[in-house]
Design a binder for this molecule. Sequence first.
Ligand code: F6P
Ligand code: MG
Length: 443
Amino acid sequence: VFIPPPSLSAKFEGSFAYLTVRDRLPTILTRVIDTIHRNKNNFFEKHGQVGVEAEKRAISFLSKLRNELQTDKPVLPLTESGDDTEAWNQYLQRQQDLMEDGQQVSWFKSPWLYVECYMYRRIQEALWLSPPICDFDAFKEAKTHSFFESQQAIISLCTYLREILSTTDATNKKWLLEHFLRFLQVSLWGNRCDLSISAGLENSQKTSPMDSLSDLQHFVLVDDSEKVWSALTSGRGPGGTEETGVRVDVVLDNAGFELVADLVLADFMVSVGLAKEVRFHGKSIPWFVSDVGERDFDWTVSQTAASNHKHVSSCGVQWKRHVKDGAWSYHDHRFWTLPHEFCDMPADAADLYATLQGSDLILFKGDLNYRRLTGDRTWEHTVPFERALGGFLPAPLCSVRTLKANVQVGLEPGQAEKLASKDAEWMTSGKYAVIQFCGPVQQ
Ligand code: F6P
Ligand code: MG
């Protein structure tokens, strides 16, 4: 039997995983505590004394959590009864069974992917155990701020989309391909703007993204966009019918500029008839600081529609229309905020796997999705993407990701060594990217 390589973990001292658990995660927790405290007056106190007590309670849970992390305490089972609690506690047991020499699952000894996801779930637990402030999103402010800080880039992207759609020549394949590739790349580079890698500090898109695409092309280490194009245009409609226009699923990553870039790509695909339907998948709890939840999705669409810039608002109005007429839909599933590798999905979230099987193309945005696709393991860089997926292939899929963790597969022999000799941080700086496809088109 094939045994996959070990998971990335903070137990490898000095590794990016180690530095993240040691430095980045406690910083994020401190910011959450500060945010809750800062909102004491305008949010919690409106609930009167119970609100004030709840604020104190949440902060004490979070301080305890930060202390457990920093002193490498055992990972504790969840206590409140959410609909995912059992899945989390079972996963803890699974991790315990993998530990050697009777060691306990702990922050610095266990897989990085697991403990990092667990931290976000514990933040949620602290709030759920502190009614009436349960639905407070401690990352909302940072997400909103990053959206507004990217205004110029959003204006130029929306303007570009409206202008090219007004001159559209949807029968001209070359024109369609050229613009599709451009929007795919903007969506790709939008992934640099996440707020987890920056430990919650501002990280927005300042310049017009359209101007720098050709300079950035050099940093795309694997570019399977032509295969993505084939999956979109191979003439197969949902369920293998001959209908034109396919169903695309976008597993979203970050709010702010990245989400706008994803919506622009989806708008283009639907408006020119490349896709008949786009399903967006988001998170059901606040996650990795900037990930998109339903409230972020709705807020972004409404905010865009209400813009006083004519092209931005006409994008937003169009997006509302796509949602209203069903061309676009938003979905969440608790699996997206569990710590499992995606190859566990058929066993642990069979319903979601079955839903994804109805897709013609699944775009997985961002770094965390790549980590979950590949199991966040110490793969050799030349291992084929398909092998690292461990059998996960509900439909043709593509990872659209800037590199922010030490996992990268599917490279040419020598490619990784060459990169490492030039830039020791090539896998974690977000400077490099991949558009990496796997699907029947390849075989
Ligand atoms: O904490 C850092 C980090 O977790 C990355 O290493 C991680 O994968 C990333 O943040 C989140 O990136 P993205 O938003 O692209 O999934
Ligand atoms: Mg993210």
